[in-house]
Design a protein. Structure first.
Length: 83
């Protein structure tokens, strides 16, 4: 998976640990398959924007806390490298 997905996974893990909630509990609270958060934290699957919003709501954080913190030009360059 690309760097954007890995950065999202890292941020998701940090926010989940901050809330002291297990992967399974967060998955179920969001209405996802119980293993999805673990899969996302291991960068094994991409995520939809809708699910990012759901995760942020259940983690009591902004979607910006989950998304990569790179400047737009850097993100654009990463996307081009993955193509």
């Amino acid at each position: 998976m690309n760097k954007i997905v890995r950065e999202f996974a890292k941020n998701l893990h940090e926010q989940r640990v901050r809330k002291k909630i297990s992967q399974e509990k967060l998955s179920l609270a969001c209405g996802f398959n119980k293993k999805l958060v673990g899969i996302l934290e291991r960068s094994e699957q991409r995520i939809t924007l809708e699910k990012v919003y759901i995760l942020a709501a259940h983690l009591d954080c902004s979607i910006y806390d989950l998304l990569p913190h790179e400047d737009p030009q850097h993100i654009e360059a990463m996307i081009k490298l993955d193509e």
